[in-house]
Design a protein around this ligand. Sequence first.
Ligand code: GCW
Length: 667
Amino acid sequence: MITAGSSHDQVVVLGTAAAFGHYCSSSINSTSVGASDLVPDGYLWQFSSPDTSSPTLLLGQNERGTLYGAFAYILELAQGNDPIKSASNTTTIASGATRHVSNPAAPVWWVNQWDNLDGSIERGYGGRSLFFAGGKVVADLRRAAAYARILASVGINAVVVNNVNADAALVHTPANIEGLGRIADAFRPFGVRIGVSLNFAAPQSVGGLQTYDPLDASVVAFWDDVTAQLYKRIPDLAGFLVKGDSEGQPGPRKYGRSLAAGANLFARALRKHSSAAADSPGILMYRAFVYDQLQESNWKADRANAAVSYFAPLDGQFDDNVVVQVKYGPIDFQVREPASPLFGHLQKTNAAIELQVTQEYLGQQCHLVYLPPLWRTVLDFDMGKTSGKASLVRDIVTGTHFSRPLGGSAGVVNAGTSDTWLGSHMSQANLYAYGRMAWDPSGGDDDNDAATPRHIIEAWTRLTFGGSPAVVDTIADMALASWPAYENYTGNLGMQTLTDILYTHFGPNPASQDGNGWGQWTRADKNGMGMDRTVRNGTGFAGQYVGAEVAARFESVDTTPQDLLLWFHHVPYTQPLPGPRPGENTTVIQHIYDAHYAGAETAASFVTRWAALNARNALNVDAERYASIARKLAFQAGHALVWRDAVCAFFDGLSGIADRHGRVGHH
Ligand code: GCW
């Protein structure tokens, strides 16, 4: 227990609730400090009434909770806030003291790193790996430890350190297991546990076995042995992450085994090692991102159908320490997707939502795209009535809706050796927000809630650039305008991000969206576009929503929200749409032109808004960060024009329909 402060009314007492109860047993018992209100990793702040001389208490349910409570307290002070005033959900208790309790919404609030053993990071835009180089764990892990501190400060409790496209050798050589142990040692002081991605074929590719069949006894023994070695070095291992049978990765289907059999293989190996150090059994995160290459000529083929068709029939067959990790949308981190319908089907299975902090399809850290508003569309999505009540995705993933013991979220972060960790200063707001929303995914309904996207970006801005109201307002306004702008200039009306789908996922390439085996199609031809995902005439995807009212809403063009129109329906370019102002009409093609011009205009305004802050001397930012952000915004503004012109020219050429305002083409 640490005490700080010189005068009595500034004393803050920091520790676990149990230690505090023990220490103060003569005057205050642990019930009176609210220990019973806390779940593991939760914390409370207790402020005495002004007329008593008791210290402020900052108590965690466990040591990790104490750390989160301390970071949260410091983050308030650093914003110039008085924690007692800014604390939400406070209650007044006996003796007039005020208590604020904060508990994580679910046990899993992890991040994933897609780091390879050679030191590269798949879809990483912030430099090389913090963990690996040249096939092994790096010797100097000081920067990894600094990353652990960042993660703890935003409230993350575990990191999976290597790519889901996993290198089998990572867990096979004693040197690598020792290296993983050193990473865990670097993270442990910050309460962040580590997890490891496994390669399903390792028993065969590095283990010398003839098979990797999950039901084969020698394969079970292989994984038991690997798991035992890892626990020997890392007694608080968080668990494993497995991507099987997807995008060329090996998996159980090769042997005709179910995905549940594949997941349970690892879950059982983990379960044998529940230990006090880990304070809960190791968790097997199993990815729902499983799909096959499809025949585009088949109008009914749809990659979006894959997750439900594979996983829904397996509901109830996964062991209790398995969590199925589901990407937020049915395709792949697009700028706009409906929530994955799989969330509604996992009623007897633990589920977690997978979000992407690294901006793979979303500008790759060269564009300002503040992601929480996108994440909210999915977390707040209602799958329809199940068990007689609304089923919001956020309640499903925390386990509360279907009464599951585990659940939560995984954020693909891909931080690296860059000075900015992620490749740009502004993208750090997304990591900060991910931490806040993973701890408390409920925010957003109420404008006064500290977890709304606006409150989160305002807090991040104050912490990063100081509290000048002009800076806070400008950055918050730009951030909140950024995702809609990016959607406008890359792919509006639910058509997906029209990027180069084949390799880079960066920059416009609308022509690449069709004629490929990846299944991210727009089905654009000279008459119209959009995937027909209706049950009546299309791929049947709309019918995958468990709530009949949700399925019915998406089945009809008239009731599908406009921003998902082309996700669910194939319509002519001349399809009428309500215009931007009441009484105005537009069409799909005109919407495409207008949205791309509007989006590019917003991106251009970021440059001038940022420069105006500087001109007014309102900026509390050093010259280096000012210039770095200015450069990124200038790039974004230019690239938005490239996007605008490429997409508009493509659809102008394909449809032969002129822009009403004469901006596009040669008509
Ligand atoms: O979005 C795609 C990415 C792949 C990634 C895959 C996945 C790690 O383009 O790079 O592989 O998803 O999530 O497994």
